[in-house]
Write a protein that binds this ligand. Structure first.
Ligand code: UDP
Length: 406
């Protein structure tokens, strides 16, 4: 794990000094993160990097994961899909079960922070503990909240309004709420295994392992196998291109501990790709960070054809590697890509196919998009900015009377 000092050469020394200053002001205040999985997906990715760096800054911070059975995670996945617009109405029994598992977790957790930082809807009902603990609570929403199913929203809202503050990833997700809503974009860690520079020989070895031809164009989407990431739409777009332009497609993904639908979607993708030797469906173990890094770096183009998206860290990761990215104009993606400047934003399968063809035929333009994207990520979406935002948020909720001067 990289040490904070190593970030000075990337983001500048002043930013690191500021982090130490802010962290000092948090002395004596403990921060507890709670989410629903330790691996798979963006939330686990971010917490796995931010928590150790906050600890290095001297903050008393830790990360707990709630426990649940198959039934609980089937319900939370239904909540997730309905918040993303699917017409799913939870039954009374499902809501009761959701609540009872949250209560069991509330009873099981032995240590509570002065500030409890809850990530996403799965543990949202732990807020019931607040009345007893009399501490501060933040609800951090990482998902696309632009058009939630109204009944699910109302169900969650009654918990959310008891929090002291809420955090969203993009302005489009703001809701009508009486509690403060804060915009904090996620980030990537430039020194993590997922994003650090790699030797060419290692990148070649990864391509060789999967039988991918390094001489022919390679289009890649990295995502959990989830219908909201539209892997079947990606295959359709690839097929439209393939009629005219030679290319290969990688769909790299894996499971997440709190996503029970992955296997079904993976099977559908494998079935669709079966006849085509130029489509590589890679079901990777959760610790494949270096491999994903290599696949991203080996790619000619990166796609993120999501139907809904919280922020889209895979876009951030690709732009950091100066890759041209074609991504759907949803969720936090437009915060990362200015169309035709730092990437391409699309709405349809046909639009995606059109731009794949264009960029494959105009490599100099494609490279310029990647370079502009890199500069934007460097200025806005690195982990040090994210840590600074979180420290300021914690300070604003802590009971110290000190004013924070930067
Ligand atoms: N990821 C991974 N393995 C996979 C699929 C995804 O490590 O098989 C990582 C990916 O590199 C990114 C994160 O999981 O860091 C996905 O975050 P994103 O915001 O793109 O989507 P989410 O899965 O949170 O909806």
């Amino acid at each position: 794990m990289a040490k904070l000092e190593e970030y000075r050469s990337i983001v500048g020394g002043e930013i690191i000094d500021e982090l130490y200053l802010l962290a000092q002001k948090l002395k004596g205040i403990s921060i507890q993160n709670i989410n629903s999985t330790s691996f798979g997906g963006g939330v686990a990715e971010i917490l796995g990097r931010i928590v150790p760096l906050l600890q290095e800054l001297g903050v008393d911070v830790w990360w707990d994961v709630i426990k649940g059975d198959e039934n609980f995670f089937a319900i939370t996945k239904r909540i997730h899909n309905s918040l993303h617009g699917a017409n799913i109405i939870l039954s009374r029994r499902e809501k009761d079960y959701f609540l009872s598992v949250n209560r069991q977790n509330g009873a099981r957790l032995s240590r509570w922070g002065d500030i409890v930082f809850i990530h996403d809807p799965q543990p949202v009902a732990l807020i019931e503990e607040k009345a007893r603990l009399k501490n501060k609570w933040i609800w951090r929403c990482h998902i696309d909240f632009s058009a939630p199913q109204p009944d699910t929203w109302l169900f969650l809202r009654r918990f959310i309004i008891r929090y002291d503050s809420s955090v969203f990833s993009a302005p489009a997700f703001a809701r009508r709420l009486k509690i403060p809503q804060i915009l904090i974009s996620p980030s990537i860690d430039p020194l993590s295994e997922k994003n650090c520079p790699l030797e060419d020989s290692y990148i070649d070895s990864v391509l060789c392992r999967y039988g991918i031809d390094k001489k022919r164009p390679l289009i890649t989407q990295v995502s959990r196998f989830d219908y909201l990431k539209d892997p079947l739409g990606v295959i359709k777009a690839y097929r439209l291109v393939k009629k005219y332009t030679d290319c290969q497609l990688v769909l790299a993904g894996g499971a997440a501990g709190d996503d029970p639908e992955g296997e079904k979607i993976l099977a559908a993708v494998q079935e669709e790709a079966r006849q085509d030797r130029d489509i590589f469906v890679l079901n990777l173990p959760p610790d494949s960070h270096r491999e994903i890094n290599a696949l991203q770096r080996a790619s000619t183009l990166i796609l993120q054809k999501s139907l809904r998206e919280g922020f889209g860290l895979t876009v951030t990761e690709a732009l950091w590697k100066k890759k041209p990215v074609i991504a759907s104009c949803v969720g936090g993606i437009p915060l990362q890509i200015a169309h035709k400047y730092s990437g391409i934003l699309t709405y349809t399968i046909e639009g995606t196919a059109y731009w794949i063809k264009q960029l494959l035929h105009e490599p100099a333009y494609a490279q310029r998009l990647g370079r502009n994207g890199y500069a934007h990520i460097k200025n806005n979406f690195l982990i040090t900015r994210h840590i600074q935002d979180y420290l300021l948020l914690f300070l604003s909720l802590s009971n110290t009377n000190d004013t924070v001067y930067l």
